[in-house]
Design a protein around this ligand. Structure first.
Ligand code: SF4
Ligand code: SF4
Length: 261
């Protein structure tokens, strides 16, 4: 099974790229971190929706003596030393802190922080995870998604870069990444983020909507080359949506050849 993580700057054509890939490769399934309907393939039908719950320790401040035994015992470093705040991004819900509290000031509670939606397009399965606004726990949600599609054949995971937690969690385990950018400042930042968060991944770089003699294009290409990213395609800027999609289709074809997908 191969997992291709697709990330991109806003307006880079990432969702269209995913949709075209699903159209071109009818055996490849998909997953979206944060539900984004436009990127799902034609014919997608929802089959199941379930709450996503996690166990989180809740502190009773009336009973807490501030001894910090919970902080010292946490195997994931999820409790801050300074104020004993439990970081929901790092907490794994293991319950060790609860067992080690001498005052029974901690209790594990089940909390719904989002939902997981399953669906089908033809015979392929699609999964999407959604976190409620303000909820933390992207790593656990992504892990739950991955558990669902692992063993189901090749899959494309569409990750919006604007959700930093999803990006970090998705790239942590990524082995193959498609990175779509337009020649704008955020592209340089995202190149750095991807190489930092996924140092072992094979990264395919697609430059979209480029204009001739734009100095940022050569900056992005130089940076990508320095990071050993593989330049798949440079798609010119097209004012017409149809031509823009045709340009991305060519980039997709180059990617499929290069990646042998
Ligand atoms: S171990 Fe219990 S009493 Fe001590 S700081 Fe943690 S929650 Fe408070
Ligand atoms: S539940 Fe586990 S991971 Fe979470 S704070 Fe307690 S000890 Fe740390």
């Amino acid at each position: 099974m191969r997992e291709i993580v697709v990330v991109g700057t806003p307006g880079s054509g990432k969702s269209t790229f995913c949709r075209l890939l699903w159209e071109e490769r009818p055996s490849v399934g998909g997953a979206c971190a944060e539900f984004e309907l436009p990127s799902l393939p034609h014919g997608f039908a929802e089959t199941q929706k379930e709450p996503f719950k996690i166990a989180v320790p809740i502190r009773n401040f009336m009973l807490c003596a501030g001894c910090a035994l919970c902080q010292k015992s946490c195997p994931f470093g999820a409790i801050w030393e300074e104020d004993l705040w439990i970081d929901p991004f790092l907490c794994e819900g293991c319950g060790v802190c609860v067992k080690n509290c001498p005052n029974r000031a901690l209790q594990l509670a089940n909390m719904q922080i989002g939902e997981i939606i399953e669906g089908k397009a033809g015979e392929r399965k699609f999964f999407s995870g959604k976190l409620f606004s303000g909820a933390r726990g992207a790593p656990r949600l992504l892990r739950a998604l991955r558990e669902r599609y692992r063993g189901d054949g090749d899959v494309v995971l569409d990750v919006p870069a604007r959700y930093g937690e999803f990006l970090a969690a998705a790239l942590e385990e990524a082995r193959e990444v498609v990175l779509l950018v337009t020649p704008e400042e955020p592209a340089l930042y995202l190149l750095d983020r991807v190489s930092f968060l996924a140092p072992k991944a094979r990264v395919y770089l697609v430059l979209n909507r480029i204009r001739e003699e734009d100095p940022l294009v050569s900056q992005i290409k130089d940076k990508g080359e320095g990071k050993k990213f593989e330049l798949v395609a440079e798609v010119p800027h097209h004012p017409s949506p149809q031509e823009a999609e045709d340009g991305l289709r060519k980039a997709l074809s180059a990617f499929l050849d290069l990646a042998k997908l």
